[in-house]
Write a protein that binds this ligand. Structure first.
Ligand SMILES: C[S@@+](CC[C@H](N)C(=O)[O-])C[C@H]1O[C@@H](n2cnc3c(N)ncnc32)[C@H](O)[C@@H]1O
Length: 258
């Protein structure tokens, strides 16, 4: 676990500015879905895990009592704290923490959120067990993350492509495996939704400034090997000149701690 944590920190410590300015992360359907799922009443103590530069924490803050926003990467939290100050958000505090070992007392939160991050976690069952531990009885866990389609072949394809591009990617599970793991951790799933991130330019997403041309070529070839039906149905691939646009499937879950 240590080594992937170091890879995550090495990756994200370089990207706090980029994330802070990324409209793809700041807004979008995935944020709206978990806000709608959580139905905050204004009294909740909230824990946002892997907050990055704080978009989810900031979206919840006006609707709840307090948010503790945690992340493994100190640089992301420094940027998030700067943004909270700029935006005069008074009820968010920050804490350095790994999702798999939360430094909080048991039964101390009403709501735990986690958005666009678990595919970086080495040990998802340990993360879910920690979420269960820190939630009060009947507390809510609302998460959304990128997922693989329900096909062994595409699970392998997608995780290979994601890891080639970014070595801090660990694993994108398909929705059925998320359901099984969340249920096994002691939750009842009350709602779920399939969503998508906004379409991205391949030439932007593949980070040519960081990944060598051979890796960019390998990833492009992998996309070219998808059948036209798979490319369209699962990844909304749309050619645009030398480039193409595509999106990842996302899965959102509202689960109650039993
Ligand atoms: C895409 S960003 C987070 C996006 C953010 N949740 C939002 O809604 O905008 C992913 C974050 O996950 C964090 N992260 C990755 N693995 C982690 C782990 N095991 N524990 C805690 N944070 C982790 C990274 O440091 C990074 O800041």
């Amino acid at each position: 676990m240590k080594s992937i944590h170091n890879t995550v920190k090495a990756q994200f410590s370089q990207h706090a500015e980029y994330y802070a300015q990324s409209t793809a992360h700041a807004k979008g359907d995935t944020l709206d879905v978990i806000l709608e799922f959580a139905e905050p009443k204004g009294t909740e103590q909230v824990l946002d895990i892997a907050t990055g530069t704080g978009f989810t924490a900031f979206a919840f803050a006006p609707n709840v009592a307090n948010v503790i926003a945690t992340d493994l990467t100190a640089e992301m939290l420094v940027k998030a704290a700067e943004l909270a100050q700029e935006q005069a958000i008074p009820n968010v505090a920050f804490s350095l923490a790994a999702a798999e070992a939360l430094p909080f007392a048991s039964a101390s939160y009403d709501l735990v959120t986690c958005r666009l991050a678990p595919h970086h976690f080495q040990d998802v069952p340990a993360f879910l067990s920690e979420v269960h531990r820190v939630l009060r009885q009947n507390g809510l866990f609302c998460m959304v993350d990128s997922v693989s389609p329900e096909s062994e072949e595409l699970i392998r394809w997608q995780n290979r492509v994601e890891t080639l591009r970014d070595d801090s990617h660990v694993y994108g599970y398909p929705p059925s495996q998320w359901d099984a793991m969340i249920t096994a951790a002691g939750f009842t799933i009350e709602r779920f939704a399939h969503a998508r991130n906004a379409q991205m330019s391949f030439l932007w997403w593949v980070r040519p400034e960081k990944n060598p041309p051979a890796v960019v070529r390998e990833i492009r070839d992998a996309f070219a090997q998808l059948s036209p039906d798979e490319a369209k149905a699962h990844y909304t691939v749309r050619p645009v000149g030398e480039d193409f646009y595509f999106s990842w499937p996302m899965y959102a879950v509202k689960a109650r701690r039993c």
